[in-house]
Ligand binder design. Structure first.
Ligand SMILES: CCCCCCCCCCC/C=C/C(=O)SCCNC(=O)CCNC(=O)[C@H](O)C(C)(C)COP(=O)(O)OP(=O)(O)OC[C@H]1O[C@@H](n2cnc3c(N)ncnc32)[C@H](O)[C@@H]1OP(=O)(O)O
Length: 297
């Protein structure tokens, strides 16, 4: 059964699920330890001659954005941002078939409000740092990229996707029974326009590469084995533009969107915590996690 079809089953499944109290973790059916490995989740290769860094996301199995992952990602990004020799960043995945599975659902399920708040602050931080980066940022999307993974790609300046029909990309939050926050929505609308975003977000659309190219969610499709060379070629074109002019232009385009979150950060964290710890939302997340598990059997 496809995930999309499986998700439709969530609604009928949810009536069968046991109830649990607000803020109280239901029995742990899922491995909560998976992302606690101490091996680096991000590998950065920096070429001082070209001034370009490649960030490889290498957090098995699916580069889900856990608190640890996001912390490491932001530290890596900050280091590159502070290095005046680094002008461009390519983000890609070392995991087969997946760019990033989006936010780690286990960070949102059965966690205390305090921990949820800490997690959300890290998600905000990742977006603020990447969307506001002075560097040229290119997402080399070599696998599926739902929800938060799609956000990460949208936050870059340019997106190249592997032309592999089984990969999908999109903000599919509604399929999980959750809602893409306003700054996810703004980032997508800034890229593909209001109408496409309105429809995609309500329906939780996941696009295959050709559809994604058609709506402008990605800028270019290439065979998977050429994704890094294509990203490097595009980077060379962007590097030819004087940094200060490009950076001021980028900031002019993105500042109003960034300011909207910056001036509402605490309220946004509170909204997230109130929303995600609701019994009904926890129930949807649990059902979704069970579907992801059952997909294999
Ligand atoms: C009033 C308004 C207020 C608004 C307030 C805010 C509201 C909340 C906003 C939250 C925004 C959320 C954003 C998100 O990103 S949610 C995450 C969405 N992600 C997904 O739906 C992706 C789910 N995964 C998949 O579709 C597939 O795994 C994928 C296509 C990525 C890869 O498929 P593949 O077949 O290769 O791998 P598996 O499905 O077998 O998965 C392997 C293992 O990984 C686990 N897994 C997958 N995705 C996640 C994830 N996102 N988090 C945690 N774990 C994940 C999966 O369960 C498998 O685990 P096991 O190996 O242990 O079985």
């Amino acid at each position: 059964m496809s995930l999309r079809a499986a998700t439709r089953v969530t609604r009928s499944l949810s009536g069968l699920l046991p109830r649990w109290g607000h803020g109280q973790a239901p029995p742990l059916l899922f491995s909560q330890q998976r992302n606690n490995s101490t091996s680096p989740k991000i590998r950065v290769e920096f070429n001082p001659t070209s001034g370009v860094a490649v960030m490889h996301m290498q957090s098995p199995p699916v580069n889900s954005l856990s608190l640890d992952f996001l912390t490491e990602f932001c530290i890596g990004l900050e280091k590159l941002e502070m290095d005046k020799g680094c002008r461009g960043l390519i983000i890609t995945s070392s995991q087969p078939k997946v760019f990033s599975a989006g936010l780690d659902i286990l960070e949102m399920y059965g966690k205390s409000p305090e921990r949820c708040g800490e997690f959300w602050k890290a998600v905000q931080e990742m977006w603020l740092k990447l969307y506001g980066s002075d560097m040229i940022t290119i997402a080399a999307i070599n696998g599926s990229s739902p929800a938060g993974g799609c956000l990460m790609a949208l936050t870059c300046d340019y997106r190249i996707m592997a032309d592999q029909p089984r990969y999908t990309i999109g903000l599919n939050e509604t399929l999980l029974g959750i809602v893409a926050p306003f700054w996810f929505k703004d980032t997508m609308a800034n890229t593909v326009g209001h109408r496409t975003t309105e429809m995609a977000l309500q329906l939780g659309l996941l696009y295959d590469p050709s559809e994604a190219l058609n709506v402008g969610l990605v800028d270019q499709l290439v065979p998977e084995d050429q994704i890094l060379s294509a990203a490097t070629q595009t980077m060379t074109k962007w590097l030819a533009i004087p940094d200060h002019a490009r950076q001021i232009t980028k900031s002019m385009m993105r500042k109003p969107t960034i300011d909207r979150l910056t001036s509402n950060r605490e309220a946004d964290i509170q909204n997230f915590v109130n929303f995600i710890t609701k019994d009904s939302i926890q129930k949807s997340l649990r059902a979704y996690l069970e579907i992801l598990k059952k997909k294999k059997t």
